[in-house]
Ligand binder design. Structure first.
Ligand code: IPM
Ligand code: MG
Length: 356
């Protein structure tokens, strides 16, 4: 079988880590008899430099023609002073909206081999954790009405949070379906003591919960959730939350796994075409040095095989190869102990490919 993948390499370390993941895809294709045709398209700062806009029409069309999309990262200091609608980040929101990717899955688990990189107290780290964050990705304050106006104190800016019952129901269903296949617990995170959107969120999640006998449903306020993540992360199975709370909590969850360089993500709609990307950014400080950790992007490619192409054995194979490289003590700079030797991006990729 041949699969067409749109590659959005983007900026900073984006090209290096996407190329690593593509090498892994070709290796797994060779082993199992699949081929992957990868077509690059411009996005982010690279697109601004080449054609003057962060998300060219050809990129959106290319993604819509593909079977799935693999993205590196966008943004960097070079483009930071551009107005909001021309910033590289705008392309990310644009492609999520254009593909209707309302679900963002962000798994955060503590690898036993990386326990020492976990910043939590030994007694907390030793119980481990395996969390699936289900973040709503095409609604909320990221996509609400925004702008500038004259207010009581002169110039003011505003962004609005808006959620429909429909949007909450569909993301809640994804969360409960996911929990059914895992630990059967959904923690829904909101700010229902203050926000009206959160009160609708909470009410709707509980209505959906009734469809899922046997899955526990717990509410948690976002401030408490931020605290619980570092106090007792083992209590979480599936977390479901809004676009902005999910953005913030997933960075926090990534830190307690030891490195943000480890966490993949899948952005999905109701079709099989998804967008897969590491949750970390473009890391301009280390771009071009060949030392970025390719694991988050390689694991994102594995998620693509699982969720878009139903190639579960191939996805397992990649995940096991990553585990095995880590268990063998192999480390990139971000997860190496201070002063210890570490592998380059391409050496780590070779080691993972060797273990497929
Ligand atoms: C993420 C990122 C993006 C987001 C930014 C770059 C727009 O932080 O994917 O978590 O906020 O969604
Ligand atoms: Mg983020």
């Amino acid at each position: 079988m041949n699969y067409n993948i749109a590659l959005l390499r983007g900026d900073g370390i984006g090209p290096e880590i996407v190329d690593s993941a593509v090498r892994v895809l070709h290796a797994i294709g060779q082993k199992y008899g699949h081929s992957f045709t990868c077509t690059p398209y411009l996005i982010g700062g690279a697109a601004i430099d080449a054609v003057g806009e962060p998300l060219p029409k050809e990129t959106v069309e290319g993604c819509l023609k593909s079977d799935s999309v693999l993205l590196g990262a966008v943004g960097g200091p070079k483009w930071d002073s551009l107005p909001g609608n021309l910033r590289p980040e705008k392309a990310l929101l644009g492609i999520r909206a254009a593909l209707g990717l309302f679900t963002n899955l962000r798994p955060a688990r503590l690898y036993p081999a990386l326990k020492d990189a976990c910043p939590l107290r030994e007694s907390v780290a030793s119980s481990g954790f395996d969390i699936m964050i289900v973040r709503e990705l095409t609604g909320g304050i990221y996509f609400g009405d925004r702008g500038y106006r004259e207010g009581k104190y002169g110039e003011e800016a505003y962004d609005t949070e808006c959620y429909s019952r429909f949007e909450i129901e569909r993301i809640a269903r994804v969360a409960f379906e996911t929990a059914k296949k895992r630990g059967s617990k959904v923690t829904s995170i909101d700010k229902a003591n203050v926000l009206e959107t959160s009160r609708l969120w909470r009410r709707t999640v509980h209505e959906v919960a009734k469809e899922f006998d046997g899955v526990e449903c717990v509410d948690m306020l976002v401030d408490n959730a931020a605290m619980q993540l570092v106090k007792n992360p083992a209590q979480f199975d599936v977390i479901v939350t809004s676009n902005m709370f999910g953005d913030i909590l997933s960075d926090e969850a990534s830190q307690i796994t030891g490195s943000i360089g480890m966490l993949p993500s899948a952005s999905l709609n109701e079709t099989s075409r998804g967008l897969y990307e590491p949750i970390h950014g473009s890391a301009p400080d280390i771009a071009g040095k060949g030392i970025a950790n390719p694991i988050a992007t390689i694991l994102s490619a594995a998620m693509m095989l699982r969720h878009s192409f139903s190639l579960a054995a191939e996805a397992d194979d990649i995940e096991n190869a990553v585990d095995s490289a880590l268990n063998a003590g192999l480390r990139t700079a971000d997860i190496a102990e201070r002063g210890a030797d570490y592998l380059s991006t391409s050496q780590m990729t070779d080691e993972i490919i060797k273990r497929l």
